[in-house]
Design a protein around this ligand. Structure first.
Ligand code: C2E
Ligand code: CA
Ligand code: CA
Ligand code: CA
Length: 278
């Protein structure tokens, strides 16, 4: 058995080795970060691309690992989703983001707060009551809360997921399907679940101006969403050309670096002032 001093020195190497086989090292660091509430959420606006009206903000997690530096959000989330920490992390994210939103909501008009939630959470007992309780505790109007359902796996129990989504609706909390068209999200979701918004996956927007295929696909989604009465959002709008073409096609709601990058929460108030003044 090693002495404590040596263990501390060896720790970095040990974690790196553990990580190449599994997420053991990273997981215990995440567990500590949850306990310390050591995560930040950046906010990215979602706007009406015709007039710039702010429709909402999406909260995106940011984490700087104590020794490895910034960890990409998708790496962090993937690790968390495969672990026993998913529930604790999700509830922490709701708590932090709703508290921040509560402090700003009087400045935000009708704009909503969009919080990413792993589809797996729909299977957890008590999920709805936790969301409702957290919203009430922070005195946030539930009709301004939207959960973005991100998914890495097929929803195992669609009947249960549907019940949970209906319960959220009963509490006026809405649900968006994230990354639509990628992975397992597909048209079946729209038939089965009461969806309040669809976010087209960024991969269909990236080459939008050159790709006839992507243009046709987005166009057909615009038509579909219009006839279903579901708002459609384009993510990953990186330049004015893409923005203009989307608007011309009838896709008016967008998000992306070309509109505004995700920003620290502390910058949101100042950003709003400048944005609304322009
Ligand atoms: P997402 O929900 O699809 O979020 C959009 C991602 O695209 C974000 O990456 C955002 O920073 C990035 N993005 C925004 N505009 C543009 C653009 O114009 N171009 C490009 N190339 N990228 C853009 P980020 O922040 O690295 O997050 C990655 C993913 O991690 C998210 O994808 C989401 O699935 C997950 N995630 C982030 N925060 C959370 C969270 O708090 N909870 C959960 N469950 N998942 C989260
Ligand atoms: Ca999202
Ligand atoms: Ca997305
Ligand atoms: Ca994604």
């Amino acid at each position: 058995k090693r002495g404590t001093g040596k263990a501390v020195i060896a720790r970095g190497e040990e974690n790196a080795a553990a990580r190449s086989f599994d997420h053991g090292g990273l997981l215990s660091d995440i567990e500590r970060a949850i306990a310390d509430r050591d995560f930040r959420w950046h906010w990215q606006p979602k706007v009406d691309m015709r007039d710039g009206k702010v429709l909402g903000f999406e909260a995106l997690v940011r984490w700087t690992h104590p020794s490895d530096g910034p960890i990409p959000a998708d790496v962090l989330i993937e690790t968390i989703e495969q672990s026993h920490l998913l529930e604790a992390f999700t509830y922490l994210s709701l708590d932090v983001v709703l508290e921040q939103f509560a402090a700003l909501q009087h400045l935000l008009g009708e704009a909503s707060i969009c919080i990413n939630v792993s589809a797996r959470m729909l299977e957890r007992p008590g999920f709805v009551s936790h969301v409702v309780e957290s919203t009430a505790r922070h005195q946030v109007d539930p009709s301004r809360v939207m959960l973005e359902l991100t998914e890495t796996a097929l929803i195992a129990n669609p009947a249960q997921a549907r019940r949970v989504i209906e319960q959220l609706h009963d509490h006026r909390i809405s649900l968006a399907i994230d990354d639509f068209g990628a992975g397992f999200t597909s048209f079946g979701y729209l038939r089965e679940f009461a969806v309040s918004e669809i976010k087209i996956d960024r991969s269909f927007i990236a080459r939008f101006t050159e790709s006839r295929f992507d243009q046709s696909l987005v166009h057909s989604l615009v038509v579909l969403c219009e006839s279903l009465g579901i708002p459609l959002v384009a993510e990953g709008v990186e330049n004015p050309e893409t923005q203009a073409m989307l608007v011309a096609m009838g896709c008016i709601c967008g998000q992306g670096y070309g509109i505004c990058r995700p920003m620290p929460y502390a910058d949101v108030r100042g950003w709003l002032d400048t944005w609304n003044a322009e």
